[in-house]
Design a protein around this ligand. Sequence first.
Ligand code: SF4
Length: 310
Amino acid sequence: MEKEIIKIGLPRALLYYRYRVLWRTFFQELGMETVVSAPTDHAILERGTALAIDEACLSLKIYLGHVAALVGQCDYILVPRVSNFGRHRAMCTRFESTPDLARNVFRNSGQKFLSYEVDQEMQKTGEEDAFVEMGKSLGCTAKAARKAYKVAKKAELSHHKERVQRYEQQYKKDGMKVLIAAHSYVAEDPYMGRMVSDYLKKAGVIPVRADMVDREAALKRGRDLSPTCKWEISREILGGIAMHKEDVDGIILLSAFPCGPDAMVNELITRRVKGVPILNLVLDSQSGTAGVETRLESFIDIIRFQEGKL
Ligand code: SF4
């Protein structure tokens, strides 16, 4: 009898936008199948909002909607716990709690969850060892899991490098450029940042991304704006701004309400980055496209006015 292929569900939200290639390739290499929830729509947002507490950020509400969409569709849903990559390299605390949250919220569903735990600082568990443990929990040997991780990590890094190179080309184009400073899951989600980049393109503006930079270089440059910022992704974004603020006509600080790290970091950016117009745009589930478009339209007008083009 043929062995059943294990099916792993990947919620299309939060760290999916950073690790999709790593995850997909890892499971593929181990002979497993992945299933990804559909892009965020109104139903996913509504479902996630109903499952989350009011204080949860919009990104987390959307995440729970995606987990709900996968319940019953796969053998396991991947919900990683990524705490930190070492000292002063922390992730938002939401990424520590999502496995407990998902198991609790869906405790009566019968759905099984799969996790890996990255905590370099306290447990001395880096990403590679965490993936090996996850592979073993699925019945693979440590050797096979390590090999799959190495292939997957290589694929992820080369995918990110290609995307960075594509964005680097955007800076060379003629025309107004606006740098979007946001977590990738905010920038790329159709119900959050995607509408911002779509609007900019329609208005003839070239959108570029602060997180689409070489991550190691960005972590170093991030110190120019804040030597003490402890959040890994925020520091990468700070580094992206430090690297490209002279190449753009404006910066949009785009965040999901209520976001603790962004509230602090975006305030810091508005105080420390001078000489370029900055728009602080905070999205919540009620934002709607009309309100966002009005703010973007006036921001573009301000840039044109300052550049004497209006
Ligand atoms: S960084 Fe902000 S938007 Fe992202 S999960 Fe944490 S609180 Fe939510």
